[in-house]
Design a protein around this ligand. Structure first.
Ligand code: SAH
Length: 396
């Protein structure tokens, strides 16, 4: 790998790729050093070390999900792009270095088509207008293309003509979904989806398992590195015959299903996964994903708050040999972590998109009888400061 840097005409204003000016091998070295510094007390306490970060061979085009806000421009135009860092001013983006190259043209053409059909863009300060955002998701293995158009309320004027026009420009689109978000928040997506064209969900596969992904369900953005991340988590879980695994914060069930499938492939018998996730739509996807991968005998998914589920598992005297957990950036709760310690699984595999909250959470597990045995960073977001980690713990 050479020490080249990549350029982007809007990188100074967009603020998405804060580290773009830094050659990729040096970015990786920096991330490695940061993780070693952050985990130093953990390593000292438990006598372990941070493994070498798993980087990408080609750190471009890795984002398989892309989104844009829309705003009214001059003379009835509709603007799209990225918010300038720290503001709500839009910078136009013709093509984005880190996104799958099929995504951005679709997002920009949504603005052009809406403009032509006089579908008004949302005015953030007044809460008026229709077109708020669009999100494109492109399947890594499947190549399916799902466009979600977010509207401020149920009405999408001239919806049929809109769909015809965007499909004419992008005949590879496999689904077009309208998502309704009438809340005045920064959250992109609302709760209600209306399918305008094609199936309501798309499919993709990871590690040989196929997954149904809804417009509002969480699915990792960088699928290539997700396979690396999941591979590390599955290895750390170390499936044994008859093992019971909790997949907490499971989204559409991807980690648990890949784990059960890998165990089956290796002939490890009677591995059972119970996943818990609070978003109903994701749980429904997870259940269908179990069926699609013929794992009905080994996986089940529950819709619940992870902390409440943990408390219930304890009251019911349930046994889990491994807890895999992958909470959002804010991390887990002390109650969940204390619950893990009381449940006393043999191993805990903590996958994190925010190692700072992870280190905080690890201290509760360490105080409760666990020892960190490995820390494996993965670069899921080249050119940004973000790092993901897989930390394995064993009962002392
Ligand atoms: N493991 C999945 C999802 C990780 S993202 C994957 O790799 O795709 C974190 C997930 O935790 C999201 O799906 C989010 O909806 C869910 N979540 C957030 N808070 C939760 C809580 N308190 N209880 C259960 N699930 C929660």
């Amino acid at each position: 790998m050479g020490f080249r840097t990549y350029t982007c005409p809007i990188s100074r204003r967009c603020g998405g790729c804060e580290w773009l000016a830094v050659p990729y091998p040096i970015q990786l070295r920096r991330k490695q050093e940061q993780m070693e510094e952050l985990f130093e007390p953990v390593c000292r306490h438990d006598g372990c070390s941070v493994s070498k970060i798993a980087g990408m061979d080609d750190p471009r085009g890795y984002r398989h999900k892309a989104a844009t806000p829309y705003a009214p421009g001059a003379k009835g135009r509709i603007r799209s792009g990225f918010y300038e860092s720290g503001s709500h001013r839009l910078v136009y983006c013709k093509s984005c270095l880190v996104e799958d190259r099929r995504a951005r043209p679709i997002l920009n053409d949504v603005a052009i088509v809406a403009q032509r059909l006089r579908i008004p863009a949302y005015q953030e300060d007044r809460g008026t207008g229709v077109l708020r955002h669009a999100v494109v998701r492109i399947g890594y293995a499947s190549g399916e293309e799902l466009l979600t158009v977010v509207t401020n309320g149920d009405a999408l004027p001239r919806a049929r003509r809109f769909v015809t026009a965007i499909r004419e420009l992008h005949p590879h689109l496999t689904s077009v979904v309208q998502n309704v978000n009438d809340r005045r928040t920064n959250a992109i997506l609302g709760r209600r989806n209306v399918t305008l064209f094609g199936p309501s969900h798309m499919h993709d596969s990871l590690l040989g398992c196929s997954f149904e992904i809804g417009p509002t369900s969480f699915y990792q953005t960088n699928p290539q590195q997700t396979e690396v991340l999941y591979g590390l988590a599955i290895r750390a879980a170390n499936a044994q015959p008859g093992m019971r695994v909790m997949d907490a914060y499971c989204g559409t069930g991807t980690i648990g299903i890949c784990l059960a499938s890998e165990a089956r492939r290796q002939g490890v018998r009677d591995v059972r996964v119970v996943g818990v996730e609070q978003v109903g739509n994701a749980v429904e996807c997870a259940r269908r994903n179990v069926g699609a991968n013929c794992l009905a005998d080994s996986c089940e998914f529950v819709r619940d708050d992870a902390t409440a589920f943990m408390a219930r598992a304890q009251r019911g005297g349930e046994r889990f040999d491994v807890v895999v957990m992958d909470p959002p950036r804010a991390g887990s709760t002390p109650e969940f972590l204390e619950g893990v310690c009381r449940l006393a699984p043999e191993r805990v595999v903590y996958v994190s998109c925010n190692p700072f909250t992870q280190v905080r959470d690890l201290s509760i597990l360490q105080d409760g009888g666990y020892r960190v045995t490995s820390i494996e960073p993965v670069d899921m977001f080249p050119h940004t400061k973000h790092v993901e980690t897989v930390v394995a713990l064993s009962r002392r």
